[in-house]
Design a protein around this ligand. Structure first.
Ligand SMILES: [Zn+2]
Length: 163
């Protein structure tokens, strides 16, 4: 299976991108329609659809790159901070896991992430904590994509093996 999303195409060299860093397991490149200039996407080079199916052996390389990029954005652009985020399915424009690292500076006017807030009624917050706590899956073993097809809702073979 040959996966043809934008990130897989960039990894293969089939599509031009402003690459910031590329290693065996991770690539970092500029989002061509940035929230702010310097907005980087960090992604595994192997096709992984969402955070929910990310093998644990790729977590450290991926987050390490996001950390390095965030440090680099501050150093290179003078950003005071960064916004680091992952969309899963909803608002995920590319069906290949990517971490947004967006430069932030106080007073930059970013409003896209000001979500409406709500309040819990008395005792409700403990109920939510308990429901979520009881539903927590066991920690995944390395390369969980081979072992946990239920996480994808499908019994298909690993979509990352695309060649
Ligand atoms: Zn892909």
């Amino acid at each position: 299976m040959r996966v043809s999303d934008v990130i897989c195409q960039i990894v293969r060299g089939d599509l031009d991108a402003a690459v910031v860093a590329q290693e065996d397991e991770v690539i970092a490149f500029l989002d061509h329609r940035p929230v702010f200039k310097g907005h980087v996407l960090v992604a595994p080079t192997r096709h992984v659809e969402t955070l929910l199916t990310l093998p644990s052996n790729l977590m450290v390389p991926l987050l390490t790159m996001a950390q390095r990029v965030a440090l680099a954005i501050s150093a290179a652009l003078g950003a005071q901070g960064t916004f680091v985020a992952i969309n899963n399915v909803v608002s995920q424009s590319i069906p290949h896991l990517h971490i947004h690292v967006v430069p932030r500076t106080k007073g930059d006017g970013l409003r896209g992430f000001f979500w409406p807030r709500t309040r819990y009624s008395a005792g409700e917050i403990e109920k939510y904590a308990q429901m979520i706590s009881e539903a927590l899956p066991e920690p995944s073993p390395p390369d969980s994509s081979q072992l946990a097809p239920h996480l994808t809702g499908r019994g298909e073979p690993d979509p990352g093996r695309d060649s």
